[in-house]
Design a protein around this ligand. Structure first.
Ligand code: SIN
Length: 521
């Protein structure tokens, strides 16, 4: 490999980051992965249900496309979804080549089912340890391939660079040392925003700072109002909000209220397999009527052996909290789960900043529309990761289309007051309460005002000082709240109690971009 080979900097180590690193290395580039925690710590690790691809005998990319488009509530970018569903089987073949041990039955790939999929099309590994298995396999390949990895290293800022790409400013996670890289291609694979919500299925590293950093650098972001909530996380007081996979409902588990009634029957033709947003809001309504903040996922009709072989992580987790899922229903409640919006890209992962790509959850390709179909996210990281890798190898000009509804966000002066952890917790609480499953105009406006106030307080006053985690959290949270305030309708994962129906005018993406710097005089 030549010393002059391009050296992309890949920020993040979930499926998208690891896969892009492996692929560009195979193409002769010299990538470096930087990651905030340990190499294996990412949202991917916690993915349970599976990874979607039309590989079953009764399935086809066209059916997968139709399901993706239907779930996306009128906002799916069809070209992106066509690529996703067409290329998914080939990307699964890549995972098999890298050694991911997908589960089989009688020598054939085993396929599970989740809500709003018309076919069983989820490949899984280790039962419900799909993400863990993928993450560990790709990690092993990265290490065997000698790819440079810098753990506990965070991206702090992106600054204007040259034709090679932006300048990345990196710090050790404990803030002790800061390095300014030479201009080089940068791939954001920093994941989502889940952990900025008080109740979340995501690991603590998922705080959405990739969006804040790209936005500050001038990147276009889109669809930020669409934060997907997962209906069923373990909801016992004091226990972590462990995900209880939707694939359990795919196998026949049902939801019951306090009185033991299946409350989704009669609310939607698909009952417990209705789209995620429908199930989430139905649970919220039941909780509002209940004496405790959860409903029950009842898997007691499933054979015990199936529970512990197909869903070992969930079953053993629940058992470790004193509940036998084959005998007792599991208390569950919704949590923040997935950021549908993010840094706007074209179909090659190119952002609006030259030399900056975004892949996986941090990217907004439009492929999920207003509501992501379960298990389309891991495969998104691969399909658009492959395209970004090819583009990094032979870069071509491009970038996202400007959304018809593009809003310029004014710059605010920062006061540079030192950050306090309480502000971070305040942001998490406000997002959950006012920018959560059910929103309304006054709540969103109040939350946005507070996020901006916190941002102005902690955002550095001088351009040579780096924004910290609270400044990033306040900025990302303000983008979610602002977009949610602008979307005066309900669609997919975004529900406004004061505008409870979709509107024809809402069939467009909302883009946000920072006001350009003022020229000095
Ligand atoms: C689940 O297993 O229920 C989550 C899958 C996903 O969010 O794609």
């Amino acid at each position: 490999m030549s010393d002059r080979a391009p050296r992309p900097l890949i920020v993040g180590s979930g499926i998208a980051g690891l896969y892009v690193a492996l692929r560009v290395r195979e193409m002769g580039l010299r990538p470096t992965i930087v990651t905030k925690g340990r190499l294996e710590e990412s949202n991917t690790r916690y993915a349970q249900g599976g990874i979607a691809a039309a590989v079953g005998p009764d399935d086809s990319p066209a059916r997968h496309l139709a399901d993706t488009v239907r779930a996306g509530a009128g906002l799916v970018d069809r070209a992106a979804a066509q690529l996703l569903t067409r290329d998914a089987p080939a990307r699964i073949a890549d995972l098999v080549r890298y050694g991911v041990p997908f589960d089989t039955v009688d020598g054939r790939i085993a396929l599970g089912r989740e809500a709003a999929h018309s076919r069983a099309r989820l490949l899984h590994a280790g039962g419900d340890a799909t993400g863990l298995s993928i993450e560990e396999t790709l990690k092993r390949r990265v290490l065997e391939g000698g790819i440079e990895v810098r753990e506990r290293t965070v991206l702090r800022a992106l600054r204007p660079g040259d034709r090679n790409g932006p300048v990345a400013v990196l710090s050790l996670a404990n803030g002790t040392a800061t390095e300014i890289e030479n201009p080089r291609p940068v791939v954001l694979a920093t994941g989502g925003v889940g952990s900025l919500y008080r109740q979340s299925s995501n690991p603590s590293v998922a705080t959405g700072e990739g969006v804040a950093i790209a936005f500050r650098a001038g990147a276009l972001v889109a669809d930020m109002e669409f934060v997907q909530f997962h209906p069923t996380a373990f909801a016992r007081a004091g226990a972590p909000r462990f995900l209880i996979t939707e694939a359990l409902r795919g196998e026949g588990a049902v939801l019951r209220n306090e009185a033991g009634e299946r409350f989704l029957v009669g609310q939607h033709p698909d009952a417990e397999l209705a789209p995620r947003d429908v199930v989430t809001r139905a649970i919220e309504r039941e909780i509002a009527r209940s004496t405790h903040p959860w409903v029950y996922l009842d898997a007691t009709a499933l054979p015990r052996e199936l529970l512990f072989t197909r869903f070992p992580s969930v079953s053993n987790f629940v058992l470790s909290h004193g509940l036998d899922p084959s005998r007792e229903p599991i208390p569950v409640a919704p949590v923040a789960h997935y950021m549908i919006g993010g840094v706007s890209t074209d179909l090659w992962g190119r952002s609006s900043i030259r030399g900056l790509w975004a892949v996986g959850e941090v990217a907004a390709t439009g492929v999920h529309g207003a509501n992501r179909l379960g298990s389309n996210s891991l495969v998104e990281g691969l399909v658009f990761g492959e395209r970004a890798a090819r583009d990094l190898h032979a870069p071509a000009p491009g970038g996202p289309k400007t959304p018809r509804r593009l809003v310029t966000v004014p710059r605010t002066e920062g006061h540079g007051i030192p950050e306090e952890q309480e502000l971070f917790e305040e942001i998490r609480g406000l997002l959950w309460e006012q920018v959560g499953i059910v929103r309304d105009g006054p709540g969103l406006a109040a939350a946005l005002a507070r996020f901006e106030e916190i941002g102005a307080r902690v955002e550095p006053a001088r351009s040579d000082t780096l924004p910290g985690p609270v400044a990033n959290a306040a900025l990302t949270a303000s983008l979610v709240a602002r977009a949610a305030l602008l979307r005066t309708e309900s669609r997919g994962a975004h529900y406004r109690a004061d505008h409870p129906r979709p509107k024809p005018s809402g069939r467009q993406h909302i883009g946000l971009q920072r006001e350009a710097p003022r020229r000095r005089g």
